[in-house]
Ligand binder design. Structure first.
Ligand code: BDR
Ligand code: CA
Length: 306
């Protein structure tokens, strides 16, 4: 059983990633969900995580809110992509349970400290919470079994030509995280944009009962679904990597996050030529798309019949 702590900003693809994790409860132990301001304000990312915990039958997994904004920068949101409240036009039943006491940064530090070497951190939003946790307790770098992020790219951006959204939303946090001394597994746009949700995939979601009431409208809000293409469910790639790393090809690299550039802030400058340097990242360069969707849909089917 792999243990994961998921730091997220739901967010449509965050929601679909949580559903993937929830559907794999037989092989994945979700020890906590922490929220960060990102796609929408923290108030909404937390409310969505709470609603998803119950809708996805995640039991009593603690949901702990964290940082509302970037360490230094003005707030950047992605409401044009995820809607004003973060889940497009999906309205989930109001959750009965509230968030845990305390702050995500303390939760991350204490949870990793209690189980050194056991827990994989999966971060699929801006890296504000993870950076603050590194600063508060640098030993989390040793305590975490792994850090897997959705973010960055070595070829392009999506928020602008240079920067991927999670990196642009808090570039200083991303720089702290990449410089912390661990090896960051980076599932960036280079792979996530290949695993698009086509109409074939959507048809496999439609029969999934009440789960389909989340998946189908969320996917359609997220992008135009056709036989050839559709929206990329970025964050699900990070969870899929934890479940089955063999779905992805990953290459060691040195990744530096640009924090000063006028036009390139948030760019993940990726050098695959290590020379004598230690790689600070394992960068995903390829994904087996059919196998990825088989994993995702298989998990959703398990969840729908639970
Ligand atoms: C990333 O940015 C967010 O909008 C998504 O949730 C994902 O984490 C993709 O660039
Ligand atoms: Ca996200």
């Amino acid at each position: 059983m792999k243990k994961v702590l998921i730091d997220c900003d739901p967010g449509i693809d965050d929601a679909l990633a949580l559903a993937l994790a929830a559907g794999c409860a037989d092989s994945l132990d979700i020890v906590g969900v922490t929220t960060v301001g990102g796609n929408v304000d923290l108030e909404f990312t937390t409310a969505n995580a709470l609603a998803l915990r119950e809708f996805l039958q995640m039991g009593d997994v603690p949901v702990t809110p964290g940082s509302a904004g970037a360490l230094l920068r003005r707030t950047v949101r992605a409401t044009a992509v995820h809607g004003d409240t973060g889940l497009g036009d999906v309205v989930l039943p109001a959750p009965r349970l509230g968030p845990s006491e305390g702050h995500a940064v303390d939760f991350i530090v204490e949870t990793l400290k209690a189980a050194p070497g056991e827990i994989t951190l999966v971060a699929v939003g801006p890296l504000s919470n993870i950076a603050l946790a590194v600063r508060r307790e640098p030993r989390i770098v040793q305590w975490a079994r792994d850090l897997v992020i959705m973010g960055g790219s070595y070829t392009r951006g999506n928020h602008n030509p240079a920067a991927e959204f999670n990196m642009l939303a808090d570039p200083e946090a991303a720089a702290i995280v990449f410089e912390a001394g661990w090896t960051v597994t980076m599932l960036g746009l280079d792979v996530t944009l290949r695993a698009t949700l086509t109409s074939d995939v959507l048809e496999r979601m439609r029969p999934l009962g009440r789960l389909a009431d989340l998946l189908v409208p969320a996917a359609q809000f997220y992008g135009v679904v056709t036989a050839e293409g559709g929206p990329a469910i970025h964050d699900a790639c990070a969870v899929a990597y934890v479940l089955d790393p063999g779905l992805f090809t990953c290459v060691p690299a040195v990744v530096n996050v640009e924090t000063m550039g006028e036009f390139t802030r948030g760019m993940t400058v990726t050098d695959f030529r290590l020379r004598d340097r230690r790689a600070n990242a394992l960068v995903a360069t390829a994904v087996d798309v059919p196998a990825f969707w088989d994993l995702v849909i298989g998990a959703y089917e398990k969840l729908a019949t639970r």
